[in-house]
Design a protein around this ligand. Structure first.
Ligand SMILES: [Zn+2]
Length: 334
């Protein structure tokens, strides 16, 4: 017997080591079997049954000192006593082609690096890593959606710019993404809210969305009790677009005059778009002179400045749902 032999434990629950198949400096292969005497039928759930035959399945385990470890799982094929079906036994320590602890490591690494890099690092297939990440993502999403959500944020984004749009739902209190619903019609959002159930919907007190009519229809239908707030970013953008439209109108001069526009107004286009609290005395004096000559410009500028500091609710009595070019039904998010 070699003098440097020692035995180590695998620390896998309900697993017994049958033999060490290969113990080379490059890798370690161990044949293992389950100690669960009565595996459950995958069809009817009855434990027990008769062992029909055995197959060997390769399972990747965590490496030891940089040495990859391969488990050869002698997996039983059982025949159920009740329904008569044949089934392969499952084991809680294994997830597909890897052990549960490797699966956890792969998913943890996938949070920090691309799936490609994780697959290369652990020498497993890209599809193995991706399937685990997708399964884990589904688990996390289901867990998040079970919890109560008080503030619901709804917005759209494009996965492929201007090609594939999704509706993103976020818990406003925790910042966690609850779901990404394909497309952006009202049915998509409505179906998600319906699937969440009445109790969950009742728990939503505030919904924040942009000016999409589709979202408003779904929110009115399913979350009529909640306070609907317009996303401030979009409101400021609409007022900014309005100010630009007014400025262009004001700077225009009668046909035939040269130049065709008011230079002072045109030159102030960037100054007008600056936030009011970022203006110094010289900027303010320049604006005051401009506003004295063009009162309409001042009205538009005042409205935009107010939108920067105030949040506006569309449920105020005379609020109009804006028909804006910034609506997500027509353009990408900015
Ligand atoms: Zn059965």
């Amino acid at each position: 017997m070699a003098s440097d032999v020692m035995s180590v434990r695998l620390w896998l629950p309900c697993i017994k080591v049958l033999e060490v198949v290969a113990d080379a400096p490059e890798w370690l292969a161990v044949r293992v079997a389950s100690t669960v005497s009565r595996p459950r039928c995958c069809d009817c759930g009855t434990p027990g049954g008769r062992c029909h035959d055995r197959r060997e399945q390769k399972i990747r385990d965590l490496g030891v000192s940089g040495r990859p470890v391969l488990l050869l799982w002698v997996r039983r094929r059982m025949v159920c006593d009740v329904c008569g079906r044949r089934f392969l036994e499952d084991h809680r320590a294994f997830e597909g082609k890897v052990t549960a602890r490797v699966a956890r490591r792969l998913v943890a690494d996938a949070r920090l690096m691309p799936v490609n890099a994780v697959a290369g690092r652990h020498k497993v297939g890209w599809h193995t890593v991706m399937a685990l990440v997708a399964a884990y993502a589904g688990l996390v999403a289901r867990h998040r959606r079970r919890r109560r959500c008080r503030v619901l944020l709804v917005d759209e984004t494009s996965i492929r710019k201007r090609h594939r749009y999704v509706t993103v739902l976020v818990n406003g209190d925790t910042g966690e993404v609850l779901a990404m619903v394909p497309h952006r019609p009202s049915q998509a959002l409505s179906a998600f809210l319906a699937a969440q159930g009445h109790k969950w919907c009742r728990g939503v007190k505030v919904v924040v969305s942009d000016g999409s009519r589709a979202y408003k229809a779904a929110i009115d239908q399913r979350l009529g009790h909640a306070r609907h707030v317009l996303d401030r970013f979009h409101v400021i953008r609409w007022f900014g677009a309005g100010l630009t439209a007014v400025r262009r109108d004001v700077q225009r001069r009668p046909e035939g005059s040269k130049p065709a526009f008011d230079r002072d107004v045109f030159r102030a286009r960037f100054l007008l778009m600056r936030r009011p609290d970022k203006l110094d005395a010289a900027d303010q004096a320049r604006l005051d002179a401009l506003f004295a000559a063009h009162p309409r410009l001042k009205s538009a500028w005042d409205a935009r400045s107010a939108s920067c500091t105030a949040s506006i609710s569309p449920r105020t009595p005379k609020a109009r749902w804006p028909r804006s070019t910034g609506s997500p039904t027509s353009t990408a998010p900015g």
